[in-house]
Structures are given as C-alpha cells and as structure tokens.
Ligand binder design. Structure first.
Ligand code: G3H
Ligand code: 13P
Ligand code: ZN
Length: 337
C-alpha cells in the first residue's frame, strides 16, 4: 500500500467511529516500533515528525526511514505527517520530502512560542492549505493553544478553542482537520490531579462542523507504572497525570479522529533502557538496550491502537493516491467557487 493522504485515513475513521493514533518519531527504532504495532493490530496509522525530529535525524534520513516502513508493510495505510509546522516554508519542506499530511500550527507565530491573532492564524493556515492541496497533501490546522513546552516549542499557556471561531476558521482556511485546545498540554507534566477536559468544545465543534475530523494533541496518558519504573531505576520524573484513556475515548465518540502521542512512547523507551543500564551494567552494545526499548515502544503503541479502536481497520478501504486527493480538492474548489 502506498502512502495515504491523511484526509482519507481520518474520513474513514469518522465513518467507522474510531480514532487513529499519530505517533511521533525521531529515529529508526521508533518507526519500527510503530510499524510492528500497526501490523500486529492491523491498524492504519499516522507516523509524525516534528521540526525538532527532522533537525535531529536529518530530513533525508527520516524520510527514507519512513519510506522503508511503508515499503516493508504494504498492507498498512500510513500517513507521513509533519507535526507542528510553523509556516509555509516548513510545509514546503514536508511536501518536497513526500509527506502526505502537514500540520500548520498557526496558533503560534513562527517562533513557535508567541500566540497569534485569529486573523494571523487564518492567513498562514490558508496559505499552507493552498500550497499543500496543489500536491494532494492534507492539512491540519490548530485553533487555541495547548499548555506545556516541549523542546522550546509552545506558549506555555492554554487558550481553549472558541467553537464559533472554529466554524469560521474551517470555512476561511479550507483545512482538512482541526486540532482543538481542550485543556491538554504537551509533555509529561500535564496535570497535578485528575483533569476535566473541555469536552463540550469537542461536542459543539462536531455539531457545527460534522464533516471535519478533529485532532487532540497532548494526549499521552503518562502512565504511572512507567514513571515509577523510571524513578526506581534512577530517573527523576515528578508526579503528574496525563490524559486518561477514557477521556480520549469520549473524545473519539464525539468526533476526535486523530490522537497525538509522543510522551508515552518516550517514557516506555526510557524505562526499558534504564532497566538494562541499571540491571546489566556490563552491557555496552546499543542493540542490547535498543532492542528492549523498541519492544516496549511497540507494546504501548499497540495498546493505544486497540484503545482508540483503529485496530482491525487496516484493510477496510482502497488507498487513495495523492493525485486522486488533488483531484478531490480541485473538484471541491469548483463546486464552492
Ligand atoms: O508537539 C510536541 C511533540 O511531542 C514533539 O516534540 O518538538 O520535542 O520533537 P519535539
Ligand atoms: P504528548 O506530549 O502528550 O505525547 O503529545 C504529543 C503531541 O501532541 C505531538 O504533537
Ligand atoms: Zn502537539
């Protein structure tokens, strides 16, 4: 199966009433882990790279690693996605690399820190949509800001999405799917106590824009058992809570189709590596700690795939090409002109 435009994966998810995990990657082992989980559970999947990931691994390394994943697993629909693009240039880079889905995070300025105005967000998102759709590449926009700061990215402040603005944002930009701010944050330190997410925002946007798949960022559950294991093995992760899986499942029932997960994978990898370092200090071959790390990452991704309901849906549909998706955008533009 070739790479699939993100729009198709999420439209199928909405039709089927399930969510699709979008898992962050920085290296070969993470990509392999996600594909192992996708094959085991027969799931469609988003593999996503942040700008930081593309910088860390180098654009071409990451591109070829993702393409290898697709080539070796022809039965799995995969969207190659840019996470938190910060402007037209990052979108162009992703399109050039062959990504089938691009996020433009126009809720923040290009510095990825300062919140934008609604008009600035519309402006940059519209430009990215116009550019990407010419290549059949789907686009995710974001309205509202999450909390937390990862790798210097993020305003650190939460501004919940205004559902009425979301309607106008979707109409003005022509985006394919929309990330909402409903109280989640990026990273491992989301909440001190059990959170209450603003699910009413998801329901309202869903009611007003039933055809637009919704996206939840900052959706790691930050498992206590992994934090305890990391700390038992010499780590120092403060107590904090993540997003309960039940809250994500409620989001999925109300129109959330794409669920972004990075931190849970990072924690699974770290716990596994620490275990080897602490319990078998004579080991120095990277394969001896990266093999269990990769397996631990695959395990948590497979668990999320089952929890989100995407498991078993890999072969539900015929994959669309970017050319077919481009033709879809062209015909939509004609009917709305
Ligand atoms: O959105 C945040 C993701 O977890 C990516 O994080 O920018 O540290 O790669 P990163
Ligand atoms: P977490 O930090 O909760 O895994 O969120 C990841 C994310 O939203 C990537 O865009
Ligand atoms: Zn995010």
């Amino acid at each position: 199966m070739p790479l699939v435009p993100g729009r198709q994966i999420l439209n199928e998810a909405i039709k089927g009433g399930y969510g699709v995990g979008a898992f962050n990657v920085n290296n070969m082992e993470q990509i392999q882990a996600i594909m192992t989980a996708a094959v085991e559970t027969q799931s469609p999947v988003f593999i996503q790279a942040s700008r930081g990931a593309l910088k860390y691994a180098n654009l071409q390394y990451l591109r070829h690693l993702m393409l290898a994943a697709v080539e070796l697993n022809p039965d799995i629909p995969v969207a190659m996605h840019l996470d938190h693009g910060n402007g037209l240039d990052s979108a162009k880079t992703a399109v050039d690399l062959g990504f089938t889905s691009v996020m433009i995070d126009g809720s923040l300025k290009e510095d990825a820190k300062t919140p934008t105005t609604f008009e600035e967000n519309v402006d940059v998102t519209k430009k990215v949509v116009e550019y990407c759709h010419k290549y059949g590449v789907s686009v995710e926009g974001e309205l509202g800001t999450l909390g937390g700061i990862e790798d210097g990215v993020g305003s650190g402040q939460i501004h919940l999405t205004d559902p009425d603005q979301a309607v106008s944002f979707i109409q003005q930009t022509g985006l394919d799917y929309l990330a909402l701010a409903i109280g989640t944050s990026h990273g491992a330190y989301k909440f001190k106590t059990a959170p209450t997410l603003a699910m009413d925002i998801v329901k309202k946007v869903r009611g007003l824009c039933p055809d637009t798949p919704l996206v939840m960022h900052g959706s790691s559950t930050v498992p206590k058992d992994l934090r305890d294991e990391i700390n038992r093995l010499g780590g120092k992760m403060p107590n904090a809570m993540g997003v309960p899986v039940e809250a994500i499942q409620e989001g999925i029932k109300n129109g959330v189709a794409k669920i972004n997960i990075d931190t849970d994978g990072r924690m699974a990898i770290t716990a596994a590596i620490r275990k080897v370092f602490m319990e078998e200090p004579d080991k120095f071959d990277p394969r001896e700690y990266l093999t269990p790390a990769r397996a631990a990452h695959a395990k948590i991704v497979a668990e999320r795939m089952r929890q989100f309901g995407q498991a078993g849906h890999a072969k539900d549909y015929k994959p669309m090409t970017l050319a077919e998706n481009k033709a879809y955008y062209e015909s939509k533009a004609k009917t709305t002109a």
